[in-house]
Ligand binder design. Structure first.
Ligand SMILES: [Zn+2]
Length: 492
């Protein structure tokens, strides 16, 4: 069938609300009823029913049953997962769905209403164009499609469980308690003792193979670690813990890339649980929350971990144990998202496959705005209005030996009240993924510079990131034109 889309949306009834709505409209027009007549018959309003028919609202089962009865059908028939019977309905649904997707939104092109007056052949053509657009967007992704797909799958799985895995939390809790941990930072001494309990000795060497972070000698019970922390990379405690976790979870050599990523994720989760054990973390965070003084910098300092680890760890515990939905973003100073997580609905940028890594973040968001600040020693706070609502974010910038990055922890407006920094007056408005928000240079700048500039792109090292696309591959047009404008001898 020609009408196929990648995003299948299901609802509380298990059927795509758009399909359900179209089926109701089809049944209503076949029964020669106006919206008003149907609304009167079922005791609803025309605006309510119009939302239902457009797939914008899901009817309660009682309303659905009433509608079905008036239209001479059954709720079960309306909810059927079979595609709608007539070609036109199929095409209308496909067009609406394509027009609601991130790919279309990024174009900034006005949508077409797939109403009765749109000729069938125009509808066929539009749907085919959307299909081809999507195919090309997928084909242009320069990195292994498979890796991105699996990565996205894993992220969505974790989102489903609020980034919280109690089974691993318990194993880690028991383990740190066995070496006398009661709270605060886990010491290097405790980590060595944990290794001993597993029958390992930790040995620091300066000649580890270049392609490895640690090597474990299973026969002789030795974990080889580098002599010092890798700047901007993994601390020694986490390296040792990851090596141990490998034994605790009994991982075998991964069978495929998905297996490999899953193992990595399990090890990382376990390590985070050891460095910031649940019982100690929750005691700490609940106290801060009660005082309306939650702050990632305090959480970080209390457990002696990096800002990245603290904010990421917060996402594990925040929703299930503190009742706070959250998002986490690590961004590079070039604006590309490096790692992200959300269960608060913040509209992270995605490519056609749903992957977020390597996508350019909105320039108005705190994750990028924080780079513009001169004093970066403390956290940067900002409220941001987005098409999905208002969020409060706290961002800390930092640098590795070769790059600057920012770590952002954000929550929906209603939850800002628990955090230090909520009183900030800084507020920004973002309409991304609509490209006119911040992606597309202003018409003046385009006219002035498009044919008179030649930027040379940096190579991007991140294995998962595609190149940001603009007039020049790998280059952010807006930044280039604004740079030129600011430096031009005759205009600045
Ligand atoms: Zn934007």
């Amino acid at each position: 069938m020609a009408v196929e889309t990648s995003v299948t949306q299901t609802s509380r009834h298990g059927t795509d609300p758009l399909v359900l709505g179209r089926r109701i409209r089809h049944a209503r027009t076949s029964a020669n009823l106006t919206l008003r007549q149907l609304a009167d018959a079922v005791g609803s309003t025309t605006s309510q029913l119009s939302l239902v028919e457009n797939g914008r609202r899901e009817p309660r089962l009682s309303l659905l049953t009433a509608i079905a009865e008036v239209l001479g059908t059954t709720a079960a028939q309306l909810l059927s997962v079979e595609p709608p019977p007539d070609r036109r309905a199929q095409l209308e649904i496909a067009l609406e769905r394509a027009q609601r997707g991130p790919l279309f939104a990024s174009l900034g092109v006005p949508p077409v209403r797939p109403g009765r007056r749109l000729p069938l052949d125009a509808l066929e053509s539009l749907v085919a164009l959307h299909g081809e657009l999507e195919r090309r967007a997928r084909a242009s992704i320069a990195t292994p499609e498979e890796a991105r797909r699996i990565n996205t799958e894993l992220r969505l799985e974790m989102q489903e469980r609020n980034n919280y895995v109690p089974e691993i939390e318990e194993i880690a809790e028991e383990f740190v308690r066995s070496v006398g941990y009661t709270g605060g930072a886990l010491t290097h001494r405790m980590v060595s003792q944990m290794a001993e309990r597993l029958g390992f000795t930790i040995i620091h060497v300066d000649d580890l193979p270049h392609s490895t972070r640690t090597v474990t000698d299973l026969e002789n019970g030795r974990i080889y670690l580098p002599p010092a922390s890798i700047p901007g990379g993994y601390g020694l405690r986490s390296l040792a813990l990851q090596a141990m976790a490998h034994r605790i979870f009994g991982h075998e050599s991964p069978k495929n890339y998905g297996d490999f990523l899953r193992q990595r994720q399990e090890l990382a989760y376990f390590t985070a649980c050891c460095l910031v054990p649940r019982f100690a973390a929750v005691t700490f965070l609940e106290r801060q929350k009660a005082a309306k003084d939650l702050a990632m910098e305090d959480f970080r300092d209390a457990f002696g971990v990096t800002h990245h680890s603290a904010a990421q760890r917060f996402t594990n515990l925040a929703t299930s144990l503190l009742g706070i939905p959250v998002h986490f973003i690590r961004a590079n100073s070039d604006g590309a998202l490096y790692r992200g997580y959300e269960n608060d609905g913040v509209p992270l940028p995605t490519d056609a496959t749903g992957a977020i890594e390597g996508q350019l973040l909105c320039r108005k968001w705190a994750a990028r705005a924080a780079f513009t600040r001169r004093d970066r020693t403390t956290e940067f706070f900002q409220y941001t209005d987005t098409p999905a609502g208002t969020y409060w974010c706290s961002t800390q910038t930092g640098a590795t030996t070769d790059a600057e990055f920012s770590i952002t922890l954000g929550v929906p407006f209603a939850h800002a009240k628990w955090f230090r920094g909520r009183e900030t007056t800084r507020r920004a408005r973002s309409t991304c993924p609509d490209e006119s928000c911040c992606r597309r240079p202003s018409p003046d700048l385009i006219a002035r510079w498009r044919d008179k500039s030649w930027p040379s792109a940096k190579m991007h090292a991140h294995v998962l990131s595609p190149l940001p696309s603009g007039t020049f591959p790998g280059v952010d047009d807006t930044e280039v034109y604004e740079f030129l404008q600011a430096h031009a001898p005759d205009e600045s």
